[in-house]
Design a protein around this ligand. Structure first.
Ligand SMILES: O=P(O)(O)OC[C@H]1O[C@H](O[C@H]2O[C@H](CO)[C@@H](O)[C@H](O)[C@H]2O)[C@H](O)[C@@H](O)[C@@H]1O
Length: 81
């Protein structure tokens, strides 16, 4: 992920709940992105962790409960870094 792309995703995540969803384990997924403002859904969504900081949305349950709001999901192809 380029610095410009990372900067843009961080900006989005501070304003909207933003998640990275991957088939990889959550730790590996985080290592590609390295933004604490995001949700990370690893193992095809079996392991979800909320943003460590920088977002008003803190917990995974808040992500589940956001069905009445807009949720921004960034689809990241980990094979094309
Ligand atoms: O494109 P993604 O959504 O990031 O998913 C890619 C694949 O992720 C998982 O496989 C990868 O992790 C496995 C366990 O850590 C590892 O054994 C495998 O070599 C990696 O490719 C997932 O199991 C696959 O279904 C995804 O396609």
């Amino acid at each position: 992920m380029s610095d410009a792309m990372r900067k843009t995703v961080r900006k989005v995540a501070t304003n909207f709940p933003t998640a990275i969803v991957s088939g990889r384990c959550r730790d590996n997924t985080y290592s590609f992105i390295r933004l604490v403002e995001l949700y990370y859904a690893g193992s095809h969504g079996m392991d979800i962790k909320g943003p460590a900081k920088g977002s008003k949305y803190k917990t995974a349950s808040q992500l589940y409960n956001l069905h009445t709001r807009k949720v921004v999901v960034m689809l990241f192809n980990s094979n094309r870094q």
